[in-house]
Ligand binder design. Structure first.
Ligand SMILES: Cc1cc2nc3c(=O)[nH]c(=O)nc-3n(C[C@H](O)[C@H](O)[C@H](O)COP(=O)(O)OP(=O)(O)OC[C@H]3O[C@@H](n4cnc5c(N)ncnc54)[C@H](O)[C@@H]3O)c2cc1C
Ligand code: SF4
Length: 318
């Protein structure tokens, strides 16, 4: 690990200003992703600003009947929160499908949204990777791409976003609340939060340097049956090959987001109007414009069938 300096921030504004002040500075929350990346020298921040002392660890009612989830709420606490379990079950289930109990005890809401890809070449510093070293190439294009994206990717990068929680947040139309180094606050709909890779796969979100996530807001509950299903190579402690977050109403209408298939949670709004007719959205509708590799073409059929199973399950329960 490379040497770095460290400070604890006293307020969100001070944390944002501290990261903006030092080139290559980063926030650290639970550290479950960042420290691994630092040990492998994939990330080499010169300065760490510890945000764990900020009072951002509460789940509170928000205006309009929604919920405000502090950036530092631990994944375990969020999954177990009474209101989340009752009104946003898809979120609780997605969280519990991720990582392990120990990791969830430490991992935070903001850190989970900002975790980096699990592309094997991103972790192998001997291999070219445009995300780790812009302009070096993408080893995955001609390499092992079983886990990687089938839609939304580019010639520069075909990595997926690994978060389970973010897929549920996308189905729930969450909004990310931030503070910038100059103290300005903004709300970013999760639909606009993650960038597609294009020619700059190293730029993953809309956040600017020093912009701190303070909370995630959920709109008022929409009811319905909430399902999160994650298909993976092992029954636990593995990232999704394909996952589906669905909220299905009694009349069959609903919302659907997919994980494991794209560089960001993949909401399939175009397929949603078909749901009330009881039809089974096809892979073509779900993953329009998909460009799978030889290794991961199976994800198209897997996504279609996983969604069909989720909808059948939800319809049985409503
Ligand atoms: C073995 C293993 C298995 C895992 N399996 C899964 C899985 O199946 N599903 C899944 O979804 N996840 C999985 N994870 C990932 C885990 O969920 C993340 O590591 C965790 O959520 C990151 O949260 P953290 O608080 O520890 O983030 P950190 O490691 O502290 O930070 C991650 C990033 O977020 C930034 N950051 C943190 N807080 C803020 C903030 N408030 N504002 C702005 N930037 C911030 C940091 O600068 C850093 O870039 C796994 C991790 C491991 C190690
Ligand atoms: S897919 Fe993206 S993360 Fe993986 S090697 Fe290519 S550029 Fe790097």
């Amino acid at each position: 690990m490379k040497a770095f300096s460290y400070e604890r921030a006293a307020t969100p504004e001070a944390a944002a200003a501290a990261v903006a002040r030092v080139p290559d500075a980063k926030f650290i929350a639970g550290g479950t992703n960042l420290l691994d990346l630092m040990k492998l020298q994939i990330e080499t921040p010169a300065h760490l600003v510890d945000v764990n002392g900020l009072a951002l660890d509460r789940v509170e009612p928000a205006e309009g009947g929604g919920l405000r989830i502090g950036a530092l709420v631990r994944n375990t606490d969020l999954a177990a929160n009474e209101r989340v379990r009752r009104d946003y079950g898809v979120l609780s289930r997605a969280l519990l499908a991720g990582a392990s109990g120990q990791l969830r005890n430490r991992a935070t809401t903001a850190g989970n949204l900002l975790q980096r890809t699990r592309c094997p070449y991103f972790y192998d510093t001997r291999m070219p990777c445009n995300k780790r070293m812009p302009g070096s190439g993408c080893a995955a294009l001609a390499g092992m791409s079983r886990q990687l994206a089938v839609v939304g990717a580019s010639e520069a990068c075909i990595a997926t976003h690994p978060s389970d929680m973010a897929v549920a947040m996308r189905a729930l139309d969450a909004t990310v609340e931030t503070v910038r180094p100059d103290g300005a606050r903004r709300q970013i709909p999760i639909a606009d939060f993650y960038r597609l890779p294009g020619n700059t796969p190293q730029v993953e979100t809309e956040l600017s340097q020093g912009e701190l996530i303070t909370a995630v807001r959920l709109p008022a509950p929409v009811g319905g049956t909430h399902v999160y299903r994650k298909v993976r190579d092992r029954a636990s402690y593995a990232f999704a090959l394909v996952s589906v977050a669905a909220v299905v109403q009694a009349d069959g209408s609903g919302r659907v987001a997919l994980g494991g298939v794209a560089p960001r949670p993949w909401r399939v709004e175009a397929a949603e109007p078909e749901l009330p007719r009881g039809s089974r959205p096809t892979a073509e509708a779900l993953l329009a414009g998909a460009r799978p590799t030889r290794d991961n073409a199976f994800k198209l059929a897997l996504a279609e069938r996983t969604l069909a199973a989720v909808l059948a399950d939800a319809r049985r329960k409503t």
